[in-house]
Write a new protein. Structure first.
Length: 156
C-alpha cells in the first residue's frame, strides 16, 4: 500500500497533505527542514516503510523505517511541531498555521485503521515523502508577478 505525503516548506515548520492510494486522508505538520539534523529537522524526502509501534507516551502510532542518518522517527499525535516534535510527523485533521494543526489524535486514529486493515491483508505500507510543487507555484505566482504575470485587468 502506498501513502504519499506532499509537503510545503516554511521557515517555522513544514505542512503537508497525506494521501492513501491517491485519496486525501489528513494534513500533517513537521519541523522545518534543517539539513536532516536530529531533533530539529524534518526528515528528507524519500520512501519509507511504516510499521506499527506502541509506547506509553503515544499509545499506538507508527514508526518510519529506513530514514537516512536518523532513528526512531515516529508518526504520532501532536498539534504544534516546534513544541512537540523531534523530527517525526504528526497527522492533523485541520491546519491552523505553519507547523500547527488541530485534532491530531483523530487524524492518527484514521491512519491507524487504514494501516491495520493493510497489515491484515499482509500488505507492506510505504510512505513516500515528496515536495508539493503545486503549493510552490501557487505561492510563487502570488509573490513574483514578473515571473507569472496576471492577465490584464485581473487585479492580480
Amino acid at each position: 500500500m502506498e501513502w504519499v505525503l506532499q509537503r510545503s516548506y516554511y521557515a517555522w515548520g513544514t505542512n503537508g497533505a497525506l494521501f492513501v492510494n491517491g485519496r486525501f486522508v489528513c494534513f500533517t505538520i513537521e519541523l522545518p527542514w534543517r539539513e536532516n539534523r536530529r531533533n530539529v529537522s524534518c526528515i528528507p524526502e524519500g520512501r519509507y516503510e511504516l510499521q506499527p509501534r506502541i509506547s506509553k507516551k503515544f499509545g499506538n502510532h507508527l514508526l518510519l523505517v529506513g530514514v537516512p542518518h536518523r532513528s526512531m522517527i515516529l508518526l504520532h499525535p501532536a498539534n504544534y511541531a516546534l513544541g512537540e516534535l523531534q523530527g517525526g510527523i504528526a497527522p492533523v485533521s485541520e491546519l491552523s498555521g505553519i507547523g500547527r494543526g488541530l485534532h491530531s489524535r483523530r487524524a492518527l486514529e484514521r491512519l491507524l485503521l487504514v494501516h491495520r486493515d493493510a497489515v491484515e491483508r499482509q500488505e507492506t505500507i510505504y510512505l513516500t515523502v515528496t515536495y508539493n510543487s503545486h503549493e510552490y507555484l501557487r505561492t510563487l505566482s502570488k509573490t513574483h508577478p514578473a515571473v507569472f504575470p496576471h492577465p490584464a485587468g485581473s487585479g492580480g
